[in-house]
Write a protein that binds this ligand. Sequence first.
Ligand SMILES: Cc1cc2nc3c(=O)[nH]c(=O)nc-3n(C[C@H](O)[C@H](O)[C@H](O)COP(=O)(O)OP(=O)(O)OC[C@H]3O[C@@H](n4cnc5c(N)ncnc54)[C@H](O)[C@@H]3O)c2cc1C
Length: 380
Amino acid sequence: MSGKTSVETVIVVGAGIMGLSLSWALAKRGVKVRLFDQGPIPNPVSSSFDEHRINRHAYGKLNGYARLMPDAFRAWDALWADLGVRHYEETGGIYVLRHEDDWYDNTTRQLAELGVPCKELSATEVADRLPVLNPDGIFRAVEVGGSGLLFPRRILTDLVVHLTLMGVELNAFTPVQSVDPEAGKITTDKGVEEADKVIVAAGAWISRLVPELDGVAVPSRQAVLYLAPPPTLMKSWQSAPVVVVREKEAGLYCLPPRCGTRLKIGDHRFSLTGNPDEDRMATDDDIAPIWAAMQKAYRNVDDYRIIDPKACFYTVTDDETFRLVQPGARGFAISACSGHGFKLAPLIASGVVQAVLEDRPTAEVATWAAGLEEQPLPLF
Ligand SMILES: Cc1cc2nc3c(=O)[nH]c(=O)nc-3n(C[C@H](O)[C@H](O)[C@H](O)COP(=O)(O)OP(=O)(O)OC[C@H]3O[C@@H](n4cnc5c(N)ncnc54)[C@H](O)[C@@H]3O)c2cc1C
């Protein structure tokens, strides 16, 4: 999609990865974009602002998103080409199953269809590759390709620089108080602003501006621990892939220290509680379940030091799919949907822009963004 559009101006609310990706895709089409954030741009309290995020083809039960992942990787490649730098490190991934479920069979089937390498590891291979793991209680382990680390802080910062070059107007410290999706207007403390279209991409705050998403995109407080492992284990961590340990009562994901990032471990279970205005320091109650799960999954956990316990927020939808809604003729809202909103943002943004610029119906793009459409959309 690169044709002319009759839409000349678009207001984007929220400068996380989704708002920045939308601004990028719109500016590529020659649209005049005005981007608003309640805080600095990028904003350290946004879901998007962190040292690393996982990118991967392996998608367990979410077959629709597995199908979208090759295009999601292509969307990142298009961004790297525009930025002139690649903020991605291929690491591969190891999934360790500590209980039996159908995740393994679904994923191997998906990866075979996508042509992504995937192989089962023996106990000796697991011990060799990941001596930091506790070998007891491992039911199955599988090594996958097509996975690695995205580096969000650098991505967001470079996007901000690039968008400035593209002429996008950046309005930091400008909280949007309300949106009129029928009239294409927003209200800030400086007054009312109007554009041909308005898109709200306000992350965990979205339902405050878009009542249609209240109770649909639920803010969820999630804790992550930045850790200093004992010196004797640091070498193993530095060469480790992304590690996901699937347990009946936990889903620990671990991002190794690479390219200027620290070792990070989080629990994928959704808290479905909390207020995104809360501070970002994890409490003892946030930390306890992660620490307990780590004690089962890893060796010598008591020798690790927590050097930065963080709380973050993302939105969760009941089926973990993105929600695109159009509450008025000139207003749209797009919400991510759990722990996969970062990797898919540039791709989903490229589709949303096709609805906003009236290349295709919103309902069609919403179905695609939810991973329910077999046919891909053209990129940009
Ligand atoms: C701990 C954790 C781990 C994760 N791991 C992964 C992962 O490995 N892989 C992956 O793909 N995804 C992951 N995610 C999910 C991913 O980070 C999010 O889905 C994604 O960053 C959401 O981006 P967003 O732009 O929609 O929201 P945000 O990044 O939150 O951006 C929303 C922006 O809107 C602004 N805003 C809100 N209200 C207003 C207002 N009224 N006026 C103006 N501005 C406003 C906010 O200040 C903010 O800057 C993880 C998330 C967390 C928290």
